[in-house]
Design a protein around this ligand. Structure first.
Ligand code: PGA
Length: 250
């Protein structure tokens, strides 16, 4: 049975039902150890979440949404990988499209963040994806290749503990998810590229308007190793339906 991943990116939100009830609901789901659940709250809630998760559920992990590329120092407003680890995080999202576009994070910085995460035994969830203009002009593969090579060149260790999330920017928060065929085509391309760059295949998650309605079809795509879910992850019931779709497609 292959391992699959369900990552919940709360962004700058908390579930409306409250953190405690949300985690209790997750703890009551059917136990499916082959699906690793990773929750990325705003950093302020990391410690609270880590403590509650440890108490409630063994297959739930906690992630930072971002980290800086230095362990400490004069970087007002930032949080470091060692700090995330101290708060109980085991993963960190790096290079989310909102970090790239709103905060101007470039590939070389993202590569350094990934190194810092790995040095602190955090699993990076490295996000890549093309915007609408790139897709429409046929530049998708070129953009994905630049993002992968720009951040990961020089990481030649096979078996590196890293997850990649393919998140087409035009599908994030728009309700326009990529079709299963589009996702499969992109994942196959990324998989070949990662094997070339890192010397080994890496699990690839899909993200971009994943909902209970489309999760079943997307989960059936053999190149999809899991999901990175934003909006729908803010309600435990929706996340549960997506989790069920992933578990059923094993
Ligand atoms: P979405 O967000 O599911 O709301 O589209 C996904 C993401 O940004 O990770």
């Amino acid at each position: 049975m292959t391992r699959r991943y369900l990552a919940a990116n709360w962004k700058m939100n908390v579930p409306t039902e409250g953190i405690g009830p949300y985690l209790q609901a997750i703890a009551a789901w059917e136990d499916t150890p082959e699906v690793e659940i990773v929750i990325a709250p705003p950093s302020l809630y990391l410690s609270e979440l880590s403590t509650q998760v440890t108490r409630h559920s063994r297959h739930v992990h906690v992630a930072g949404q971002n980290c800086w590329d230095e362990p400490n120092g004069a970087f007002t407003g930032e949080i470091s990988a060692p700090m995330l680890a101290t708060c109980g995080a085991s993963h960190v999202i790096v290079g989310h499209s909102e970090r790239r576009t709103i905060f101007g994070e470039a590939d070389d910085l993202l590569g350094r963040k990934i190194r810092m995460a790995l040095a602190n035994e955090l699993v990076p969830i490295f996000c890549i994806g093309e915007d609408a203009a790139a897709r429409e002009s046929g530049a998708t593969e070129r953009v994905l290749e630049n993002q992968v090579r720009g951040a990961l060149s020089g990481f030649d260790e096979a078996g590196l503990s890293i997850l990649v999330a393919y998140e087409p920017v035009w599908a994030i928060g728009t309700g326009k998810n990529a079709s299963p065929e589009t996702v499969d085509e992109a994942h196959e391309f990324i998989s070949r590229l990662l094997t070339e760059v890192l010397g080994a295949p890496v699990p690839i998650l899909y993200g971009g308007s994943v909902t209970p309605e489309n999760a079943e079809d997307l989960a059936k795509v053999s190149s999809v190793d899991g999901f990175l879910v934003g909006g729908a992850s803010l309600t435990s019931g929706k996340l549960e339906a997506i989790h069920r779709a992933l578990s059923a497609s094993q």
